[in-house]
Design a protein around this ligand. Structure first.
Ligand code: ZN
Ligand code: ZN
Length: 349
């Protein structure tokens, strides 16, 4: 039987390699040869350092990697839409298919025990092959690379969903707090949707420098005590019509809310942690709408890759680290240090 190496995360900031059989696709399934499989902040927060996750974030000792992108090499019996040779990005959760959330395409929110996310409860993309449900495959437009696709599977999808939900347009000025991979994605997509990305903040000098180099935000600001005044100065004292927190830091969430213009919209996507603020002066009196947004829907992922193709933007520009599977330990270490852009495991053809 053919075997392959898979990467597992035992939860003590190390990675483990195991030899496992190459899976065989059953009905409704496809076998995907992995081409790119990026690392998400959630992998670091909830799995790599220690197994913190519960429920949908509980790691079940499977092959890691929930941002998989590759090429279909085998279609199981009675395949409906996918064929051998298709380039696909995976919507990274397979839901029950029958509940209200699944019917809306938000398998992320499925609460059935049948729900399983790649890299969390079922094998993910850090191996040569991935066994995938056909209905979680989204075809990758020709103009996009496999790395572009991998980045859409969670990070760019999450940023897109949040911006779509708050209805970002050319009428908006935007502040992004947290310039990690999701923050950079929000800046790139927000700009493509017509907004002016007035400022982005971060505590990491490496990330501030990268954001500056990429030219995605007009002003790159250290997330310190002066940031609020600076954003106010940049917006004629009014604040931004849209603010998005991608950092999960309580201080950054507060900064995003304080920098939201009266009647504006603020959205939190950075996961974990908490925030405390005075509700009347910061939320109720300024008439602000505060959103939470978690990942995206299957259809919005499909819409996103189509739009990225039409807009001619390249998510992979935010990916500064590309390593082979054999160097997964180094890849996770770099992602954990949070000084770089996106980290992606890439595979030979
Ligand atoms: Zn993720
Ligand atoms: Zn469901």
């Amino acid at each position: 039987m053919a075997t392959m190496q898979g990467v597992y995360l035992p939860g003590n900031s190390t990675v483990e390699f195991k030899d496992v059989p190459v899976p065989e696709p059953g009905p409704g399934q496809v076998l995907v040869k992995m081409k790119a499989s990026s690392i998400c902040g959630s992998d670091i927060r909830a799995i790599y350092r220690e197994h913190l996750g519960k429920g949908p974030e509980a790691y079940q000792n499977v092959i890691a990697g929930h941002e998989p992108c590759g090429q279909i090499v085998k279609v199981g019996p009675n395949g409906k839409a996918c064929k051998e040779g298709d380039r696909v990005v995976l919507y990274h959760i397979s839901g029950c298919g029958c509940c209200e959330d699944c019917k809306h395409g938000y398998m992320i929110s499925c609460r059935s025990p049948l729900r399983a996310a790649y890299g969390w409860q079922r094998d993910g993309g850090h191996a040569d092959y991935l066994l995938a449900e056909e209905n979680t495959c989204v075809k990758l437009p020709e103009s996009l690379s496999y790395v572009d696709g991998a980045l859409c599977a969670c990070g760019f999808g999450t940023a897109y969903e949040a911006l779509r939900r708050v209805g970002v347009s050319g009428r908006d000025r935007m502040l992004v707090t947290g310039l990690g991979p999701v923050g950079l994605a929000a800046a790139m997509l927000g700009k493509a949707m017509g907004a002016r990305i007035v400022a982005g903040t971060d505590v990491s000098p490496g990330r501030l420098k990268l954001a500056e180099q990429l030219g995605l935000v007009e002003n790159v600001l250290p997330a310190d005590d002066d940031a609020y005044e600076k954003v106010m100065d940049l917006t004629g004292g009014r604040g931004c019509e849209v603010t998005i927190d991608c950092s999960a830091a309580p201080s950054a969430r507060l900064l995003a809310l304080r920098c939201t213009r009266q009647w504006g919209r603020c959205v939190y996507v950075g996961e974990g942690n908490d925030v405390t603020f005075d509700v009347s002066p910061l939320l109720i009196h300024p008439q602000i709408t505060l959103y939470g947004s978690w990942v995206t829907s299957l259809y919005h992922l499909e819409e996103l890759v189509e739009l990225i193709d039409r807009w001619g933007i390249r998510p992979e520009e935010t990916c500064t680290e590309r390593l082979p599977l054999a160097e997964a330990a180094e890849a996770y270490d770099r992602a954990d240090k949070a000084q770089t852009g996106k980290v992606c495991i890439v595979f030979d053809d």
